[in-house]
Design a protein around this ligand. Structure first.
Ligand code: ARG
Length: 459
């Protein structure tokens, strides 16, 4: 008979047990469930709701159960539904009626809310740490080649010359926002729900603040109905992880393109690629592709959770049990990506010659010519028009922008001087973008140094 079976005369049908169970996936909460129960019974004893000796026995037995589960010596059975029931019934099996005192002033509704918060607090700490290491790998890769030049793209078209390091640092910024979002999520999640009971609190004289302090939460929840119904923290986390996934996916797309024969900008380490079962010459960027693909799971996990919660009336509804697989999948997926990606970035060999060659198209410096005219007092829109006409002239005469004489240039750009013929060096073009946030050598060098300092203090 189930622990809740008092008013029932039949056990659930076999398939109902399969539908009801969550032990197959929520067993991973066992350490956090035990941690919560230990804090709870210590408080119950302090408040004289249960005898001190019982609290001591329960706490010791909870540790034993934890050791057994860790060692793989614990029998799980779907008839026992979830991790909370498993641990409670193991306690009762060992301690008899004294063990049954553990659930005083508690419901599985506030218990599960507590367990997920405890579990996710640790998971978020690990993920933030992983993101910092990911940033470090990007900064190190960028710092190893701080002056390598490449074409920057808009609309997937050659746009202007940039430093490769500047491109990588763009992802460092994205990851920084990811870590900040997760830090904010952790703060809002760090609130203690136990004592909310099934939904309305308890008639027993519990001390919720004592449990809060013991478990190092920032404060206790203020509304018992909200506390058992709330999964905002999980929606927020999954949303943060979906955005992180989008960032990884975008970087992956860059990496896939860069390692193609057409670009040939980089080569990934063999350990991060696979071959084709058919074509012997192939070296496929599978880690980047799969990480791009994993982003779909992260977005899917968020969508499932949002849809799960959208129509639920207050307070706890059993549907909420279905939150866990999405939560765990998103955490596992993010952690897996973070285990692999930094090392792949470290394995990336940069083909500076190919990047430089692609950046040598003088058309990439067309904006520089227009800005030179602005320096001479020409309004930008007129300057843009003149340079556009110059580009057209060059196309029509089968010339690159740096292949005309000054006289030819002056047909469309009357203000042009001899200095204008020298505006087509990619290196100069980069060097001149010497404003904060720009791709100038000095700017990028100082950003690299700044990130190195910032990350050193964090990791
Ligand atoms: N396994 C359940 C869940 O994850 C625990 C809470 C069950 N509460 C209940 N009243 N049946 O949501």
């Amino acid at each position: 008979m189930a622990l809740w079976g008092g008013r029932f005369s039949e056990d659930p049908q076999a398939d109902v047990a399969r539908l009801s169970e969550s032990i197959s996936y929520d067993k991973r909460l066992y350490l956090h469930d035990i941690m919560g129960s230990k804090a709870h019974v210590a408080m119950l004893a302090k408040q004289k709701i249960i005898p001190e000796a019982t609290a001591l026995a329960i706490r010791a037995e909870l540790d034993e159960i934890g050791k057994r589960i860790t060692a793989g010596n614990f029998k799980f059975d779907i008839a026992m539904e979830d991790i909370h029931m498993h641990i409670e019934s193991a306690l009762i099996a060992r301690l008899g009626p004294e063990g049954a005192r553990v659930h005083s002033a508690r419901s599985r509704n506030d218990q599960v809310a507590l367990d997920i918060r405890l579990y996710l607090r640790d998971a978020i700490d690990r993920i933030i740490h992983g993101i910092r290491l990911f940033q470090k790998a990007l900064v190190e890769r960028a710092a190893a080649d701080p002056r390598v030049i490449m074409p920057g793209f808009t609309h997937m078209q050659h746009a202007q010359v940039v430093l490769f390091a500047h491109h990588l640092l763009a992802y460092v910024e994205m990851l920084d926002r990811d870590a900040e979002r997760l830090t904010g999520c952790r703060k809002r999640l760090n609130v203690m729900p136990l004592g909310s009971g099934a939904l309305a609190g308890s008639t027993l004289p519990i001390d919720r603040q004592a449990v809060c302090d013991e478990l190092k939460f920032q404060r206790i929840t203020r509304n018992s109905m909200d506390a058992v119904a709330d999964r905002d923290f999980a929606m927020e986390l999954l949303s943060d992880l979906a955005i992180f996934g989008v960032h990884v996916s975008r970087l992956s797309e860059d990496i896939v393109l860069w390692s193609s024969q057409e670009f040939g900008f980089i080569e990934l380490g063999d350990a991060f690629c696979t071959g084709s079962s058919l074509m012997p010459q192939k070296k496929n960027p599978d880690v980047a592709e799969l990480s791009r693909g994993k982003c779909a799971r992260l977005c899917g996990d968020l969508t499932s959770l949002l849809v799960l919660c959208k129509g639920l009336p207050l307070t706890y509804n059993r549907d909420l049990q279905e939150d866990k697989e999405q939560i765990f999948d998103a955490v596992d997926t993010a952690e897996l990506i973070l285990k692999v990606y930094p090392a792949m970035i470290g394995s990336m060999a940069v083909r500076a010659d190919r990047m430089r060659e692609a950046a040598s198209d003088p058309a990439l410096m067309a904006t520089d010519v227009a800005e030179e005219l602005v320096k001479l007092g020409v309004p930008f829109r007129d300057a843009h028009h003149r340079v556009g006409a110059f580009v057209k002239y060059c196309r029509e005469h089968g010339k690159q922008l740096n292949e005309t004489t000054l006289e030819e240039m002056q047909i469309t750009i009357p203000e042009a001087t001899a200095a204008f013929l020298k505006l087509f060096s990619p290196e100069e073009s980069v060097a001149k973008r010497d404003i904060p946030g720009g791709t100038g050598y000095a700017q990028v060098a100082s950003e690299l140094a700044r990130w190195q300092e910032v990350l050193k203090a964090m990791i």
